[in-house]
Structures are given as C-alpha cells and as structure tokens.
Design a protein. Structure first.
Length: 735
C-alpha cells in the first residue's frame, strides 16, 4: 500500500517511490499539512503541525481562534472565519453570509482512481495508483467536502481534486472552489511560471517569492497565451539537476489561478484552482460540484527530474489517444502556404508534390466553408464552399487519397461570425450581455455552449463532415477569448456559472468526438498555443504549440512547453522563409531539426519553395520516422538554454533502456574567436560504449556525462546539429 493511516497520531502518509506527503489532524479535526518532500521511512513529523506552540489551538487553552486559523498549515483552507490568507473554498448561505469551516469526518482508501464526472482526469490501474478520500464537513451549512488524493508511485506524482456536496436544506453559493493548496515553511523560494503572448507562448520566468501574493491567472475562458496554469516553487540555486522543486499543474482548460503567498509568519501558501473572478456556482440541496484535478510533483533533484515526472505521468496516465505512441502521418498544412486563397487545384498541386517528397497527409486549414475568404465571416456555416472546392469535399478527399495522402481538416466549432447564416437565424446563440453591444474579436463571437441545442448543433456540424468522407485528422481551433459573459438561458443567479459551464461543454463535445471517431487524430489549437493544457491532452495527443513557426523563436516556446509536456504533444511544423511572423531566414535543416522536437510536419507551399529546400524533405520525413519512437517514449533532458543568455540551445532525448540518445544543438548566433564547446550528456548508461552514428567515434556513457562531448565546427547563425549516439553491441571497444 502507498497510503497509510496512523490512528494513534492521526496522520495520513502518502508515498510515491521517492516522495512522501503527510497530512495530520488536530484534536478538533482541522486538517493540517505536515510535510511534502523526500520519502521518509515511517510515520513521523506530526510535531510539524506545532499545535502545542503559540498560537495554540482554540480548544486547548481558549486562545483566540483567529490567531490559530491564520497560522495553521491548512490542507484545504476556507474563507470567512478568520484565516486571512488565500482561501480555497468560499461558500455563501441563503442569508447572504460567507463562511465555512471544514472538520474531519471520515476517510476511505482504495486501489485505483475514480474519474471526475464531466472533467478530464488522470487514470491508472489498481497496481499503478491508489486513492485517499478525506471527507470533511461543515455542520452549520450541511456541506461535505471530499478531498481526493491519488498517488502515482512510479511517476512521483500526487493528484488532488475536490468534491463539494450540499447535504443541507438551503441553497448554497460556491464563490470559490480551488483544487489544491500547499502550506509550507519559507525556504527562500523562487517561483517559476510561464508567460507569453500570441506567437510567444510559454517563455520561462523566474523570480523570488516576496511577501504578499504573487500569481499567474486567466479569466479569458481559456488558459490563454499570456499565462499558464503551472507554478513551481524552487529552493534558491535550483538547476536542472539540483535543488528542491514543488510544482503544480492544472488539468483544466478555462480560467485559473496559480498563486504563492508569503505570510507574516514567513510561511508560504501555494494554491491552484479555477479563478474566482466571475465564478459562482449555485449548489442546491442534494447537488455536488467537482473541482478539476491539480497535478503535484515534488523533486529533490532539480527541474529535470520534475520535467521527466510530468512527461511520464501525462504519457502514462492522461493521454488516451491511440496515437500516443504511434507514428503520426507527416502532414502538410496549407495555412501558411495559401491562407484563405486556395481551391481544389491548388490543394491538389500541393498534395501531388507533397506525395512525391514523402509527405503523408494534407490538411486543409481555415477558409473551406461558407463564404469565408477572409477571417470576417461564416463561422457556424460549416458547409463546404463549392466555389473553391469544386465537386464538394467528398470529391476532394477522394482525389487526395488517390494521390496517396490521408486527408485532414480544420474547424473552429465554438465560434459564430456576426456575418453568418447561423447568426442571422440565431443571434441569441452568441454569448452576450443583453442590451449591451457585444465585443468582437477577430470579427467573431463565441457560441453559448452551455446550451444543449447549441453544442448539439456545433458538434453535429463537425460530425456530419467527418461522417461524409474518410477524414483522418481534425485541427480543432479556438480563435478568441470570452468576454461579455451572458447566456440567454441561464437564470440570473446562475450567470456566473457560464465560464465553467462553457469548459464542461467543450469537454463534452470533445468526448463525443473521440468516442464516435476513435481512430481520428485530433489536434487542439487556440490561436496558436493559448489552450495548451493537460485537460486538452485527455482528448488530443497533440496541441498546436504556437502560430510562430520560426525555428529560433520556437526554441524558447518549445523549451517552456517541454518543461512540463512531453515533446510528442507539441505541434511543430517546418515553414517557409523569410518566416511569416518574424521575417527571419533560417536554414531548412535547422527548421526540420527544431520541428523534430515536436509532432513534425510542414506548413508551406511545397510547389513554390526552392528546389534545394524541397530536396531535403524526403530525408527529413525519414528522419522523423527514424526517431519517432525515441522522441515519443524517451527521457527528455534540457542541456543548455538560449533563454539563459547562452548563444546556443541544446536538449536531448535518451531511450529509457539507455540504448540510444539523440542530441539537438542549435547555435543561435555565431560567435567570434571561439573554440569547440563541451556539452555534458545525460541519461546514458555509465559503463556502456556509444558510437556517434556516421563516425568511428566511440565514447563511454560516463565519459559523455562527465568529460562531455565536443561540439566542433559549427559556424554561422541559426545552425543546428543532430548527434545520434547508439549503444555498441560489442561493448569492449574502449578501455
Ligand atoms: C489560428 C491557428 C492557425 C490557423 C488560423 C486559421 O490562428 O493557430 O494555425 O489555423 O487560426 O484561421
């Protein structure tokens, strides 16, 4: 068993292979956070609750309750009764007063892990995961809170989620329900978050945690380009290999908050959950509310270990797609090739040339439906534009298949253009505040998916097309954020449920899609990478990482993304130069090697690029297939970072059995008066010989790790190299 309860000391102990998480109970039943860190052998640590120290618990010597509440390391703090730090649960009663107090009632432990109704959630077999539920109650409200902890031992992950049930007689209003909290002593923590903008997603940011609250958040209806539902607190000087890391990542695709608060008593409270801005959930007697899952990783071996825990966890316990470990057809997408200006002939010309160069699938992007010749109309009118696609979609797919390529298609099902037949017929289907001019973004509104008939319509539009022809792939896009929150169907006291209901509806639609079309390869997308989160990975094995396809800009974007997510999930394409977003020209080989650290595909007009570039495509496609399994299943190591002011970037993927490793080195800018560089490799077997493919050079694993590998002869800007090390079958070559 990985979960234990010590009755005598009233202590829960959760063990992964390398970590321990301890929860304690006070005599009154407050649930306290005792410890999270390196694994410890037996029960202990209860003294860390410090209930004998001032400020004492209220029942022992009648000290003021508020002094206790504002100090005690709460496992799941509630608002309104005297803990002035950030709360996780705010409940308002029918009299309009806000306050809740949770005390322990009972607990259960089980093998396996139940799902979360309507929400994406990690999963595992009875051998892989165990679950503890601690049930607490507020007797005054008749409210029960079930705190769920699941222990994934091998990946060193603990997931948390919360179920709130109204077992009383009055309607309650949940004004805040976060998913996780960690109260810790101050370790001079620094916080690592991911920030960005359109075309600049998930750059790594590191800063010191100061007194007060520091957070990243979104109330855009999706995580957004700007901030990310991830927070890591690290001890000072933490590197890839050293230091302590407490990380949380949120399995949710809507509004979020991730916050660290340094308090007057020098404690740190770290929380994660649905943002409370514009959130309120009416909970009638007999009803329950489920807060989404938060994924917790502790590493005592730096950020690299954290990264590999997340990667293994998402690969083993979150992504369900049959494509997870499969070769995915190398695609060519026509977006940057043609934008809206295409027809059957153009697409077929691209398809023919693509086939001749080894590409395996054509994806028709935005612009094939309604009268959409630019981005200002037709969202909602999902009927093929036969002026462009002569003979209809079935005919196009047939011809593309005949050429020998699979066919994929773009949708943006959640949207409605003011200039669309759908809007003219159902103006009330758009999210809007009655009587107020609605706000357009990219000339579009958002469909009110909280309404059944609206999501049925949107789903059926997609499904009808997919039923009509052999379509192998869908890119599901979402190109604006939510504003003017108002639903024509929701009662006034439920309007603040719209943000969350929208996300639940999105999940319901995607669940229907993957159930009806189990062999479909689904790629999620949101104006580039604004909805790249573990929730979406539950439905699609890959997500478009960014609209920025420039190989050099991608270094930072992919480094930040790969800090959490497996590289096989990052949509990455080779595009044309000068790059459409930044105007930079990089070698075609570099573009290919950078895209190899993602799903790998093309986004260019193959009929127009130079013959020298085109000639490299067959080799690049072969390169993808050669390394696909290693990239999908291997261990990722960040070796150097351009982000750290280095003039170069370097990462590697090592097979879990140590049989091979692929190192990617990118010199961003050439440097004058420089020598070769030594890079230290990771993840190799120390006493094993490795041959550098294509050469006679043989190295020992420990030599490559400690003495390092010499990167020689890289001259010029934007140059990249791949080094493939393969275990020598005969391991006697070196002394
Ligand atoms: C978004 C996507 C792009 C492309 C366009 C089409 O921006 O990220 O890849 O599909 O929409 O409008």
């Amino acid at each position: 068993m990985r979960i234990h309860y010590d009755e005598k000391n009233r202590l829960f102990k959760l063990d992964t292979d390398h970590t321990t998480y301890l929860i304690g109970l006070t005599p009154e039943g407050y649930l306290g956070h005792v410890y999270y860190g390196r694994r410890i052998g037996n029960f202990g640590g209860a003294y860390r609750l410090r209930i004998e120290e001032a400020p004492f618990t209220p029942s022992v010597n009648q000290r003021e309750k508020s002094a206790f509440l504002d100090y005690f390391p709460m496992e799941y703090p509630t608002g309104g009764i005297g803990d002035y730090r950030e709360s996780c649960l705010n409940v308002r009663n029918e009299q309009g007063c806000m306050g809740a107090e949770l005390l322990y009632l009972s607990h259960t432990m089980e093998k396996g892990k139940p799902g979360l109704p309507g929400l994406p959630a990690s999963f595992g077999s009875e051998e892989e995961v165990e679950t503890l539920r601690i049930i607490c109650e507020d007797r005054v409200l008749g409210l029960k809170a079930e705190l769920m902890y699941s222990v994934f031992a091998a990946e060193d992950v603990i997931t948390r989620s919360v179920k709130i049930s109204n077992e009383g007689k009055e309607n309650l209003r949940l004004e805040k329900v976060y998913s996780a909290c960690l109260d810790m002593d101050n370790e001079d923590f620094e916080m690592i978050t991911l920030h960005g903008a359109w075309a600049r997603e998930r750059h790594i940011q590191r800063r010191k945690v100061g007194y007060g609250k520091q957070m990243v958040s979104s109330f855009k209806g999706e995580p957004g380009h700007q901030e990310h539902p991830f927070l890591a607190l690290v001890t000072p000087d933490t590197t890839q290999e050293h230091g302590e890391v407490y990380a949380m990542n949120f399995v949710y695709s809507g509004n979020f908050i991730a916050q660290a608060e340094l308090t007057q008593f020098h404690q740190v409270r770290m929380v994660m959950g649905i943002h409370s801005e514009e959130f309120c959930w009416k909970l009638s007697p007999g009803e329950s509310f489920y807060a989404p899952e938060a994924v917790l990783v502790y590493s005592s071996e730096g950020l690299g270990k954290m990264t590999r825990s997340f990667h293994d966890f998402y690969r083993n316990h979150m992504i369900r797609s049959p494509y997870k470990y499969k070769s995915r057809p190398v695609l060519i997408n026509n977006w940057e090739a043609t934008y809206f200006d295409f027809d059957t002939e153009k697409l077929l010309a691209i398809a023919r040339e693509a086939k001749a160069n080894g590409i395996e699938m054509l994806v028709m992007d935005d612009g094939w439906f309604g009268k959409r010749n630019k981005d200002d109309s037709s969202l909602g009118d999902w009927e093929v534009n036969e002026e462009k696609i002569t003979g209809g979609l079935g005919e196009l797919v047939r011809k593309v298949n005949e050429i020998g390529l699979k066919f994929g298609i773009w949708f943006e099902p959640e949207m409605i253009s003011p200039d669309s037949n759908l809007y003219r017929k159902h103006p009330d289907w758009a999210i809007q505040i009655g009587g107020r001019e609605n706000t357009q973004s990219r000339a579009q509104y958002v469909l009110d998916l909280s309404r059944c008939e609206v999501r049925d319509y949107a789903y059926e539009c997609v499904a009808k097309i997919l039923r009509s022809a052999p379509i192998a792939y869908v890119k599901w896009d979402m190109n604006r954020q939510l504003s003017n929150l108002g639903s024509a169907r929701l009662a006034p006291d439920q309007q603040q449920e719209l943000f969350h209901r929208y996300v639940l509806a999105l999940y319901e639609m995607q669940e229907r899609l993957v159930t009806e079309f189990p062999d479909l390869l689904l790629e999620n997308c949101s104006g580039g990478g604004a909805r790249f989160d573990p929730g979406m990975l539950y439905y699609s094995p890959q997500i478009w990482c960014s609209d920025d396809t420039d190989a050099i800009e991608r270094l930072r974007i992919q480094e930040g993304t790969a800090m959490i997510y497996p590289i096989s999930t990052m949509g990455a394409h080779v595009s044309d130069c000068p790059n459409h977003t930044v105007g930079r020209t990089t070698p075609f080989a570099t573009r290919g090697q950078v895209a190899l650290a993602g799903t790998f595909g093309y986004e260019l007009d193959i009929t127009k690029i130079s013959s020298e570039d085109r000639a490299q495509i067959p080799e690049q496609v072969a390169m993808y297939h050669k390394y696909q399994e290693l990239m999908q299943k291997g261990d990722y190591y960040r070796i150097h970072s351009w982000n750290d002011e280095k003039p170069y970037d370097c990462w590697m993927v090592a097979a879990k059995d140590g049989s091979e490793a692929l190192v990617t080195y990118v010199q961003v800018l050439g440097q004058p008066n420089e020598r070769s560089r030594i890079i230290s490799l990771k993840g190799l077997l120390p006493d094993t010989d490795y041959r550098l493919e294509g050469t006679k050079e043989v190295y020992r694993g420990d030599e490559l790790e400690n003495c390092g590998f010499l990167v020689r002869d890289v001259r010029g800007d934007f140059q990249s190299r791949l080094y493939h090390f393969v275990k020598e079958e005969n391991n006697n070559l070196t002394i």
